[in-house]
Design a protein around this ligand. Structure first.
Ligand code: UDP
Length: 238
């Protein structure tokens, strides 16, 4: 089956993408490279919004394992996503892309609060909206945030940029014979517990009929290729 083309998309990047070759934090060069790839998409007329994770700075589960209260640790993780959103906003604006950051946890002197209809207007005007602070609720993830915002914004697809070029039947970094899927159903992902996104995110996409396109953001130019219906990726849909 041929891949559909898209008018409005949500791009989800894990915080780790922003580390570049580093082990922690934000690599400005990587932000600039991602920004130039996003600019190419926006210039082609596709409306784009983004969710960036926070795992390069702080993850709630890891914090809880160290003895922090889980909910507090999750709020720390959500704040980490705000830092990443601001870093990406900076890189995008430098590249000449109009942006707005909207946070699920209001912080008026830093960015806009999340307001769905306002975010939609921004997108209609060609601005990239970066959704920060996850859902604003502990015990959730930015994958679930991405699925939720994609549904709220009426996105045609959720693009999940990872370090591998799709979904495999085993970890391709450990198993050389691992096979990449071109296409998968939501139910198969859930039944086989395939590592695409967490289960609540996959279920939300299934219920809203939003395809998930898993691709490598590390391969330069790949974002434009997959958004254009080419390039290597796995598409999860009905
Ligand atoms: N988080 C949360 N609620 C949300 C989204 C995120 O509590 O709705 C917290 C959670 O602690 C998570 C951290 O923020 O570990 C960073 O997000 P995530 O782990 O999803 O980032 P990624 O793995 O994509 O970098």
């Amino acid at each position: 089956m041929s891949r559909p083309t898209f008018k409005r998309i949500l791009l989800k990047l894990s915080g780790e993408v922003l580390m570049g070759q580093g082990q922690y934090g934000i690599d400005p060069e990587t932000c600039d490279r991602v920004a130039s790839e996003v600019k190419a998409i926006v210039d082609s007329g596709v409306e784009l919004c983004m969710v960036v994770g926070g795992g390069n700075i702080f993850r709630g589960l890891a914090g809880a394992a160290q003895g922090f209260d889980r909910a507090s640790a999750d709020y720390m993780g959500m704040l980490a996503t705000v830092m990443n959103a601001l870093a990406m906003q900076n890189a995008l604006e430098k590249a000449g892309v109009d942006t707005r950051v909207q946070s699920a946890i209001p912080m008026a002197s830093v960015c806009e609060p999340y307001i769905r209809r306002r975010a939609q207007r921004h997108m209609e005007k060609g601005r990239v909206v970066l959704f920060a602070a996850g859902t604003g609720l502990p015990f959730f993830t930015t994958d679930t945030t991405a699925a939720l915002r994609a549904a709220e914004m009426g996105c045609d697809a959720l693009f999940k940029g990872t370090s591998v070029d799709g979904v495999y039947d085993a970890d391709p970094k450990k198993v050389p014979t691992a096979r990449r899927y071109d296409e998968l159903s939501y139910d198969r992902v859930l039944a086989d517990n395939l590592k695409v996104m967490d289960a609540s995110a996959v279920a939300l996409c299934r219920d809203s009929d939003i395809p998930i396109v898993v691709f490598s953001i590390r391969d330069e130019g790949n974002l434009a290729a997959v958004v254009g219906g080419e390039g290597t990726a796995t598409i999860v849909r009905k």
